[in-house]
Design a binder for this molecule. Sequence first.
Ligand SMILES: Cc1ncc(COP(=O)(O)O)c(C=O)c1O
Length: 423
Amino acid sequence: MNKREFLRTAGGASLSLFFTPGLWAKYAEMPVERLAEEEAFWLTIRGKYRLKPDYINLESGYYSMQAQPVLEAFIARVREINYEASYYLRTKQVPNKAAIRDQLAAMAGCSPGELCITRNTTESLDTVIAGYDWKQGDEAVMCQQDYGHMLAQFRLQARRHGMINKIVSLPIDPKSDDEIVQLYANAITPRTRLMMVPHIVNITGQILPVKKIVDMAHSKNVDVMVDGAHAFAHFEYKIPDLGCEYYGASLHKWLGCPLGTGILYVRRDKIATLWPIYGDYRMTEDADIMKLNHTGTHPVHTDLAITSAIAFHNAIGARRKEARLRYLQTYWTSKVRGMPNVVLYTPTDPARSCAIANVGINGMDPMELAKYLLEKDKIWTVGYDNAGVKGVRITPHVFTQPKELDKLVAAITRYAKHAPVGD
Ligand SMILES: Cc1ncc(COP(=O)(O)O)c(C=O)c1O
């Protein structure tokens, strides 16, 4: 990317957020893989976050905190809406939200008419699963590694409509993309209508070859809904390039928005086929995505802060962020992979993962490991004992430093040697 392109994508107004023009010029010319290791750059970004000194936060997967400029903008919005009250809601709410939707659509690479702002991935995907026109005997395909509450929503549909769910299980280190595509293909029958595919598995960080899965599904007339809860603003892609019919993501994860922000993408030709969950004067057959978005009076200031989070994200640059996140993950996983008693539940191929990874210690309960890491090593993580994974999820962020990950590596090395566990 040349400097002009960089300035354009970063947005001129964002430059002063981080660096003097001279420094930006230097960083703009640096290849992203080199910049990923440029600690002075990332230290400046880290300075934009308020980090609790009590522990090293390696659990940005659940909720990734807002950077201070985003938080301040959010608080200003809360005051502004409270000040204008119903005047704001009646005169500015709708056009402002539409403008934010335009910005998100530009980021996602889709048309604004195919996107709506939701509260989170749960709302987005449930809108599709529960809005689908299921008939008795219809089938859906999903995987054991999908998010539990999404699987539960499919079970509800099975009870309510008599549809049938087929569940496959993903290998962590597939020999090729084809192995994964074939797994899904094998579960499809003439009754299959919809497949749910995680863009990135939340507990292991495994990124799936979504486009190839979608192409296979379409060759068999099956629709695909992608769970992108952890993907949006984490690594680079455009939703339409995946080819899927439906896509849901949370913005309070990798975009660093306030809690309660998400997106739902529905490919234009599919909008009219979904039943809305909440009543709206727009009817089922309407091809207006807003018919799926009638959640009543809601915290509009939360939506408004999305603009500030996008500006912050663009000021770093999506490719720089992705390269740094992958660098941080491989920085620590490469140090513990292959160590006796250490099990990594994340693919070996760096192209199949980004920030998120998961590590377990043979014979150690993952919740205990998370507890020890917090109490003895002051490292905040989360333990998972689910879908064959028995480890703690490690999620660094743009504010994470390699020296913090060195502490994690030292702790894992110690636990792997069975010292001082159990005292
Ligand atoms: C894969 C996946 N899907 C869906 C969700 C639900 O996201 P939210 O709680 O933001 O609705 C999560 C939450 O972590 C997730 O990891």
